[in-house]
Ligand binder design. Structure first.
Ligand SMILES: NC(=O)c1ccc[n+]([C@@H]2O[C@H](COP(=O)([O-])OP(=O)(O)OC[C@H]3O[C@@H](n4cnc5c(N)ncnc54)[C@H](O)[C@@H]3O)[C@@H](O)[C@H]2O)c1
Length: 442
């Protein structure tokens, strides 16, 4: 297919799009493309996910079975773990994980493996786009040589290569894949125009001049969050020492209509993005002899937060119940890394639970979105089950720590039943008049 035919196919919605990696990013992207009218062939190497989707079942709670079933009902959604089935696709969108290893170095093994799979079926005229978050240079230095060396085809001449960072915000009901603008970068105008035509069919696009700029955009967005989260947590400690409530400060500061954006303190950072992506840049900067001191500092501040939550809990137990933490039954309320989702990756609840256990506490949890930690990314805590939210079940605990403030949790029931509540999210603010004597903000 020529680039002109590709652009025309994008406008007419007649293209078939291959999506590699059907997780928190790939699945909603598939849904957006299908509702626009495209055909989608999704590939995932996890057989359990392929089977679930084929049967109309979702493994992502906030997406739900009905939406997957609706995708299947169009007859334009095929799910497979066989790359051979993607041979007829007009474009390949790569949405695989980009984690870091124990030394905070990029782990591009999934990106490399996916590129090798695509190289097996790549034909002239196809478009390949990396959506995974990564350091500037990845598409050009890692993906391009794999595709070119395996196939003998040339990027920019025979096939098109682009980078378009995913900006998915799972659980955010205000924005969807169709309403979040898509940044698109490629090294030639022809390649960029093909990618712009595809994404422009379902959302607003923002073109940047090359691959590396587009890769840098995504890192900047996430580094901005890491730094501001580090800052607000530092201010929480400083203002707390002065007996000033950071939450009240933020609420007032955010009334300024310009030049201020509210960030909130919490028990630590979580998810597949903020704790990881900034360190992709740190690693790459080293190759240029450059350092990223603010990123490192913000990372250190955030990494220390779970331990401070446990310290605050031990102090609260000493002061309010005279029962040592080591002899206490502690309930963690909300273990997903953020509100209203089921994702446990890098959740601060995990180190908090581990530290509590090491200190001798008996730990349980309640999370309406995470019925069990089985099959979840719950490193270090093993298989646990969410306790029911009933007066009887809550009655046996000495202390509760609100780690994630999901909507719909009846905090009054907990405050009525449990003698000490450590609140890292200001979730109990409205109940402070009645229960302030047992609430500790941490
Ligand atoms: N989760 C988010 O909110 C979010 C937001 C923006 C960007 N991102 C970025 O998007 C990328 C994907 O993140 P995610 O949250 O969707 O991850 P995920 O783990 O939810 O999904 C990735 C999927 O890729 C599959 N996979 C792994 N290797 C594969 C391969 N070689 N071929 C095909 N499938 C393979 C996995 O089985 C999994 O289903 C990451 O780079 C992440 O940083 C994530």
């Amino acid at each position: 297919m020529s680039s002109k035919a590709f652009v025309a196919g994008a406008a007419a919605k007649t293209l078939t799009i291959g999506i590699l990696g059907l997780g928190y990013v790939g699945l909603p992207l598939a849904e957006a493309l299908i509702s626009t009218g495209f055909g989608v062939v999704g590939l995932d190497l996890n057989q359990r996910k392929v089977e679930a989707l084929s049967r109309g079942r979702s493994y992502i709670r906030h997406i739900g079975d009905a939406r997957v079933q609706a995708m299947n009902d169009t007859g334009r959604f095929l799910v497979t773990s066989d790359i051979g089935q993607l041979g007829e696709a007009d474009a390949f969108l790569i949405c695989v994980p980009t984690p870091i290893n124990a030394h905070r170095e990029p782990d591009l093994s999934h990106v490399i493996k996916t590129s090798e799979l695509i190289a097996r079926v790549l034909r002239p005229g196809q478009l390949v786009v990396l959506e995974s978050t990564t350091y500037p240079g990845t598409t050009e230095e890692i993906i391009k040589p794999i595709l070119e060396n395996t196939t003998g085809l040339r990027a920019g001449a025979d096939f098109a290569l682009a980078y378009s960072p995913e900006r998915e915000d799972p659980g955010n009901l205000d924005y969807s894949t169709e309403t979040i603008p898509k940044v698109v970068g490629a090294d030639t105008a022809v390649e960029r125009n093909m990618a712009l035509a595809l994404y422009g069919a379902f959302t607003r696009t923002v073109a940047v001049s090359d691959l590396r700029t587009a890769e840098a955009v995504k890192l900047m967005e996430n580094i901005f969050r890491l730094i501001n989260i580090g800052l607000v947590n530092e201010l929480k400690t400083v203002f707390g020492g002065m007996d000033i409530d950071i939450w009240e400060v933020i609420d007032a500061a955010r009334t300024k209509p310009f030049g201020f954006m509210a960030f909130y303190p919490g028990p630590g950072i979580g998810g597949h993005c903020i704790p990881i992506d900034p360190f992709y840049l740190t690693w790459k900067a080293r190759a240029y002899g450059l350092s990223t001191r603010m990123i490192d500092l913000a990372g250190d501040i955030s990494a220390a937060l779970p331990r401070s939550v446990v310290e605050a809990t031990a102090e609260a137990m000493d002061n309010l119940s005279h029962r040592p933490l080591s002899k206490s039954k502690v309930l963690i309320v909300g273990i997903a890394y953020k509100r209203n989702i089921d994702d446990l990756r890098e959740s601060p609840a995990l180190p908090i639970m581990q530290i509590l256990r090491r200190r001798g506490a008996q730990v349980s949890y309640h999370d309406p979105h995470v019925p069990s930690t089985e099959r979840a990314h719950a490193e270090g805590i093993g298989t646990m089950f969410s306790i029911p939210w009933t007066r009887e079940a809550l009655a046996g605990f000495d202390c509760a720590i609100i780690v994630t403030d999901h909507h719909g949790v009846d905090y009054e029931l907990m405050l009525d039943t449990i003698p000490v509540v450590v609140d890292t999210r200001n979730a109990t603010a409205k109940l402070a008049d009645r229960y302030g004597h047992k609430i500790v903000k941490a």
